[in-house]
Write a protein that binds this ligand. Sequence first.
Ligand code: ZN
Ligand code: ZN
Length: 409
Amino acid sequence: MNLISDFHIHSKYSGGTSNKISIQSISRNSNIKGIHLLGTGDCLHYKWLEELKKTLTTYSPGIFYYEKIPNVKFLLQTEIELIWKHNLELKKVHFVLLFPDYSILDQVHDFLSKYGNLDEDGRPKIYLDPEACFSNLKEISQIIEIIPAHILTPYFGILGSKSNFESMKEALGSSFRYINVIESGLSADPFMIRQLSELNNISIISNSDAHSTNFHRIGREATLINIKNITYTNVISAIKKTNKIRTFEFKPQAGKYFFNGHNKKKHLNRLHYCCSPTCIESRCPYCNETLTKGVLSRIYELRDQFFDYRENYQYILPLLELICKINGGTVYDKNNIQDYIELLSKNRGEYNIWNKRSNIDGCSPNLIKSINLIKNNKFFFTPGYDGVYGQLKFIRDNSFESKTSCAVI
Ligand SMILES: [Zn+2]
Ligand SMILES: [Zn+2]
C-alpha cells in the first residue's frame, strides 16, 4: 500500500510551537489532508510521552494509532540538537530519531539524560559528539534510525552555513556509517542534494517539521512509501530504498533560506536585503554584517558532481495557501478552511489533487486553473532568505518557462 508519511513534527513542548497540538488534533487534520503515517514528535519529553502512552493504541510492532481515527498511524519520533566542539568551534546540529518501541525509547532516555535536560524542551539539547551519541544509540538498538534534519539550512543543518562543515563525513567522522537517510528541508530539493557525491547511496526523505497542526503546516512536505504491512521495520527498510521512495517538495525558492540575505528586522530602516550566490558581496549594504548564507550558496560551495536528477519527487505547495490567494483572506479564516475541507472531501485528500492524472472536482474555475498551473510546473517563487518565505508567482506566458527549472543549473 502507498503511505503518505511525515516523519518529523513537533509537540506543544518544543519551543515556538502551537499549544493546541494534541494526538487528537494531529490525527484529525492528517486524516482530512490524507496523511497516513506520522512521527509522534518530541517522544523523549516526559509530558508528551505520557500523552502518547495514554492516547495511542498499538497497531503493529512499533506502529500506533488513536482509536477514533484509525486511518492515521504513528511511530515514535523526536528531534535532538547535538552540541559539540569540533576543531575548537562549537557545533549545533539537528537530527531526527525514530524508535522501534517504548522500552528502547526508555533506554535511550536514560542514556541521553546524562548529557542534557530532556524535560526542558521537546527538542532536547544534548551535549555530546555524534560518534559517542550514535554508537551508544546503535548499541541500545540497531534499528533506531538516525536522520540528519533539514541538512542544508543555515541554522542546525549539518551542511548549513552556520555549521560550516566541508562534508557530512567531516562532521560525523566514523559515525557517518550510521546514516542511511537524510531530510531535505524546505529550502532544498533532491536535485540540489544529488550534486553532493558523498550522499549518492543515501536516500532523501521530506517532512514538514510542523510546529502546529494547521493544514498549511502539517505534511507540507511529505514522503510516499510503498509497503505491504505497516510495521516499524518495514517502514525503516522502505525509507532506506534510495530509488523506491517519492517525495513531495516545496520549490526550494519557497523555503526561508534559499538566497543569501538579511531580514528587515535586523535593520533600523526596516528594509530587506537579499541576493543570489553569484553576488560577490557577502556583507549587508545596510548594516555591514555578514549576510545569512542560504542553501543555494552552500550547494555552490559543496557540490562535486553534476547529477541530472529529476525523478522521484514532485513539487507541491500548501493548497490552503493557494485557496487564500484566490479567495483573499488568511489561512485562519473559517470560509477558506471550509472551502479547503470541502475540496479535499470531494477529491480524496490533498496529495491526490497534486497527482498529475487526477481531475479536480468541486471548486471555482479560477482555483482549478491555478492548481493546474502548479501541476504543470508553471509557477515559481521569489526566493526566500534569512527566515522570510518566498512569494508565489504564476507563469501564464510560455516564454518564461525556463524560470521553472531549478536554479542550480
Ligand atoms: Zn530542526
Ligand atoms: Zn543587514
